[in-house]
Design a protein around this ligand. Structure first.
Ligand code: ADP
Ligand code: MG
Length: 666
């Protein structure tokens, strides 16, 4: 039986009972050892449609009684039935639901949300239930004479107008009972009279009105006056004043059920956005930790990944499928020295490896020395590499101009040379060197090609080189018989280890270096070097990510601090929301959503910061860096997590506040 107009027409039904029924209510406040009995054995019945004034001296217990009647506070002992329900047996959710759907509250201090328009203040209880009827808020404001003030904020309204907004708010959910604690106490007498005539009109519409006042003129408007003194009812009088009441538009719509989860969550997000925007600077500062944390995570991850890719790239340009065989260092008289000079390796061994091990794609025995290279007046000192044609395959050293030499030319000890890009540029500038004759240590060589650039390898210029046939280098240039190293390219880079094993077996038959330790040879495996590098880099990246994650946690603690401050600062707002029908989980959700919104918006800015860092990083390092979707998901996920974890405590603190204590908070 919800519709208001029906209530008066119906006879009192027995199972329904009175609207409000209290028996032997006590309320005792404990202040340390002192006990204050604010209410002392109060019994009372209030029927639907009554207009009751609670009067009495200040401190007599009027507010305490009203708060109990309004389900904002619980009595210490005694029976309280509200609309037939035993209130003591109701838990938080049911109490909130009753407050929200049955009761409208009007406070002496109005308790409007600052920086929120009159209309939004009126609509506030709809967050916690009721039909989402945009029109009704406007109608109610018109009804209290504020049709022109709907978008004004409380600060832009007079006291009387603010109280009328509060009355409109109390009516938004079609309450059956309207409770008002000194509603005219903060108003001038003219405004007070207006407010009282509003209450009279509402009562004529069959809303039960109970108001607290200490002014006789206000109390006279009521049809029943209950006088409270020292926590007891002193007198209870009914008068039959008939007041002529202006016709009011009938209430439209019906009170709806509680909204679905999504509608409420949506409302929380709107509120959270609003709350955060109201305090932009503080929001920004508290989100700073998250912004820096997320930015750092994203920046670190993409930089780490870029560095790893770049190293891997350099390593593979050095050859992930390559093995290099050198004579081992050995101890001579306790001094460890390289013994390249006493190597017994030859071109034949390189050819043998190629022939006997099918996994091997190409081999080249090499010797290196430094020499002066001269063309006309130009003169450079560079690295001369005596190599076999396999060199072209192993080092991917296909000339961009001209060609590489053949095995035939190598055997014939031809005086021909392939120039590295740097040497070609230093000697010839823009001229095409192919076909020109240069002198290497005074021996004339014909240039047959220029290598394509291999790029800076970090610590040496791989293009500062001249490659000549090994046999030419051995017999025409150095007079050596043995080579410095043998390079081997394996066809499949996954088979490098297998190829290495087979080469070691082959080595056992080779002549050993005099005084050699072990086999006398050392094989460097670039693939395993690369693996080592990659794993080192992975560890470094993880380390950086941990540092970034720590900064996110610190950011989260900052958010928690701000949320705690915000809970304290908005204690009265929490009390108000509870009085308007919010239950504990509504408040919990509101503050959680706020913390999460804070973290997620911080996270969004952090992603921007991370992207900027990445962009700057790729500009500075020359690596091609990109923000990976994984790092964005990680960062956002983490900031939601941080918001939830660090928001829960303040949110829980807020939700557990007793409504009336929260409202009294200074
Ligand atoms: P009224 O509204 O009639 O002025 P109240 O109901 O506010 O009176 O207070 C009744 C009595 O209870 C007063 O003596 C007051 O000091 C005491 N009281 C009210 N609230 C509290 C409280 N939270 N803690 C301790 N004592 C309280
Ligand atoms: Mg009071």
């Amino acid at each position: 039986m919800r519709h208001l107009n029906h209530l008066l027409l119906l006879p009192r039904s027995h199972e329904f009972g009175d609207m409000i029924e209290i028996e032997h209510i006590h309320k005792i406040y404990r202040m340390g050892r002192l006990e204050v009995a604010a209410l002392n054995d109060v019994s009372l019945c209030i029927e639907p449609g009554e207009f009751v004034a609670l009067t009495g001296q200040s401190g007599s217990g009027k507010s305490t009684l009203l708060h109990i009647l309004g389900l904002l506070d619980r009595p210490t002992s005694g029976l309280f039935r509200f609309a037939g329900k035993d209130v003591a047996k109701l838990h938080d959710k049911q109490l909130a639901e009753l407050r929200s759907s049955e009761i409208g509250f009007v406070f002496q201090q109005f308790h409007l949300l600052r920086r929120t328009s009159a209309l939004d203040n009126v609509n506030l209880p709809l967050v916690y239930g009721g039909a989402r009827d945009r029109q009704r808020g406007l109608e109610l404001l018109a009804r209290v004479g504020l049709a022109e003030r709907t978008s004004h904020r409380p600060g832009e309204l007079s006291g009387g107008q603010q109280q009328r907004v509060a009355i409109a708010r109390s009516l938004i959910r079609h309450p059956r009972v309207l409770l008002a604690d000194e509603p005219t106490g903060n108003l001038d007498s003219a405004s007070g009279r207006e407010i009282m005539s509003l209450f009279r009109a509402l009562n004529a519409e069959s809303i039960t009105v109970i108001l607290v006042t200490h002014e006789a003129s206000v109390a006279d408007v009521a049809r029943r006056q209950i006088r409270v003194s020292d926590g007891r009812i002193e007198s209870d009088q009914r008068s039959d004043v008939t007041v002529s009441v202006p016709a009011l538009p009938a209430a439209t719509g019906r009170a709806g059920r509680r909204h679905g989860l999504f509608v409420r969550i949506g409302a929380y997000f709107t509120q959270a956005g609003r709350a955060l925007l109201l305090n932009k600077m503080r929001t920004l500062l508290s989100a700073l930790g998250i912004i820096i944390g997320v930015g750092a995570v994203i920046g670190m991850l993409s930089l780490g990944e870029g560095a790893q890719a770049s190293i891997a790239n350099q390593l593979s340009s050095m050859g992930s499928n390559r093995l290099s065989i050198r004579p081992d260092a050995q101890s001579v008289g306790g001094v460890r020295r390289a013994v390249g000079g006493v190597s017994r390796m030859t071109q034949d061994q390189a050819m043998e490896i190629l022939e006997k091990i099918p996994l091997v794609k190409a081999t080249s025995a090499n010797i290196t020395f430094r020499a002066q290279v001269v063309w006309k007046n130009e003169n450079v000192n560079t690295l001369i590499m005596g190599a076999m044609p396999g060199y072209e395959v192993i080092y991917d050293a296909t000339p961009s101009v001209g060609r590489f030499f053949t095995e035939m030319e190598n055997q014939h000890r031809e005086r021909i040379a392939v120039l590295g890009r740097t040497v070609a540029q230093n000697l010839f500038g823009m001229t095409n060197p192919v076909g020109e004759v240069v002198k290497i240590s005074s021996t004339p060589f014909r240039v047959i090609g220029v290598l394509k650039p291999r790029g800076d390898q970090g610590y040496w210029d791989a293009d500062d080189i001249v490659v000549i046939p090994l046999q030419t280098a051995l017999f025409r240039m150095t007079g050596k018989r043995y080579v410095d190293s043998i390079d081997v390219a394996v066809g499949d880079s996954a088979m490098v280890d297998e190829a290495q094993t087979q080469i070691v077996q082959l080595f056992d038959d080779w002549p050993k270096t005099p005084n050699a330790l072990g086999t006398g040879y050392r094989i460097s495996n670039f693939a395993s070097m690369q693996e080592a590098f990659t794993s080192i880099f992975r560890s470094i990246s993880i380390l950086l990510a941990i540092v970034a994650a720590i900064s996110l946690v610190v950011g989260g603690i900052g958010v928690m601090n701000i949320m705690l401050v915000s809970v304290t600062e908005r204690t009265r707002e929490i009390g108000l929301r509870k009085a308007l029908g919010a239950n504990n989980s509504d408040i919990l959700a509101q503050f959680l959503v706020e913390a999460v919104t804070l973290c997620v918006s911080g996270g969004a800015i952090g992603i921007g910061l991370g992207a900027t860092l990445t962009y700057l990083g790729s500009y500075v390092t020359g690596w091609s860096l990109s923000v990976t979707p994984g790092s964005v998901i990680l960062a956002v996920g983490f900031s939601v997590f941080v918001g939830l974890v660090f928001g829960i405590w303040p949110a829980r603190k807020a939700s557990l506040l007793n409504p009336i204590e929260a409202l009294r908070h200074e």
